[in-house]
Design a protein around this ligand. Structure first.
Ligand code: ATP
Ligand code: MG
Length: 280
């Protein structure tokens, strides 16, 4: 089989000068974001709450049209959602009255997959996310982790090239979160996907991704782009990268240093005419 350039690049993401504000007079939420993610790379977008991570992810997914700039996936301009890239959100948003298998099949039905194929594909996906024995269970009877597995299988059903994750593990208990982080990474590796994960948890970013992009707020912009070596291959290099991500994260969002509390002045309260307080 001859592999064309299109195959190699099919999951590449290019962001060129992305800028966005909500509403005509709203503050600028994203500004000048330019980034290239090669096919098969795992990238983490890191930053504190409100710095524009989800907005940027939605722009990549074609769910928000940016006011400035362009997104290209696999070399093609993104104009809206597609079966070639799927988003997994913090909440699994499943249809509660349907079974695990039914929820996974939904995406395939919308994508127009022939009925005969759907059954096999759903079985394959259930096995991939270790839920075969729960195929017929109603999703509301599944645990939070199992529900996220169903959501993952549904995201993978259309054989996307790109998986976009918006803090999908943050509502799970630490053990389930750690298991799912490893499983999603292993599945995305085995399927050769490009992965973008949004998180405000630096350790999650380091565990999931080979590259961390740190964002700063108001307007949301990139302030650091750091390669993450595999911890098993080079512990020292991993520790250095971790320290750098943490430092850039902190610098982008300096912890609020409480201003020196000025003591309420009893004298001033009772005797406003005293005017300015003496400096302490
Ligand atoms: N639909 C919207 N309309 C108006 N403002 C919005 C909208 N969505 C997001 N914003 C604003 O854009 C900014 C960035 O929000 P965004 O949700 O992208 O941040 P985030 O980094 O994902 O935060 P978090 O970690 O809390 O999820 C925030 O100030 C937010 O209030
Ligand atoms: Mg968010």
């Amino acid at each position: 089989m001859v592999i064309g350039k299109g195959d190699i690049d099919r999951g590449s993401i290019e962001l060129a000068g992305i800028g966005h504000a909500f509403g005509r007079h709203g503050p600028r939420v994203l500004d000048g974001i330019t980034l290239t993610v090669p096919h098969g790379q795992f990238l983490a977008l890191v930053g504190r709450s409100g710095c524009g991570k989800s907005t940027l992810l939605h722009v990549i997914a074609g769910l928000i049209h940016p006011q400035a700039g362009e997104v290209r996936i696999g070399g093609r301009a993104v104009r809206g959602p597609s079966a070639k890239w799927n988003v997994m959100f913090q909440s699994p948003s499943l249809l509660p009255w349907m079974t695990a298998a039914g929820n996974i099949a939904l995406g395939l039905r919308y994508a127009g997959t022939p009925k005969a194929e759907i059954g096999n594909r759903v079985e394959e996906l259930l096995a991939l996310v270790h839920l075969s024995e729960h195929a017929g269970d109603n999703v509301q009877d599944l645990s939070g982790g199992q529900q996220q597995r169903v959501a993952l299988a549904r995201s993978l059903a259309t054989r996307p090239d790109v998986l976009l994750l918006d803090e999908p593990f943050s509502a799970l208990d630490p053990f389930t979160r750690a298991t799912l982080q490893q499983e999603v990474r292993a599945i995305a590796t085995s399927l050769g996907l490009t992965l973008v994960i949004v998180t405000h948890d630096v350790d999650e970013a380091l565990l999931m991704a080979g590259r961390a992009v740190v964002m700063a707020p108001r307007p949301g912009r990139i302030v650091a782009d750091i390669a993450i070596p595999e911890a098993e291959h080079d512990r020292r290099a991993f520790a250095e990268a971790r320290a750098e991500v943490l430092a850039r994260f902190e610098a982008a969002h300096p912890s609020a240093i409480p201003e020196r509390a000025s003591k309420p002045s009893i004298r001033r309260f009772f005797f406003p005419a005293l005017g300015r307080q003496p400096q302490s």
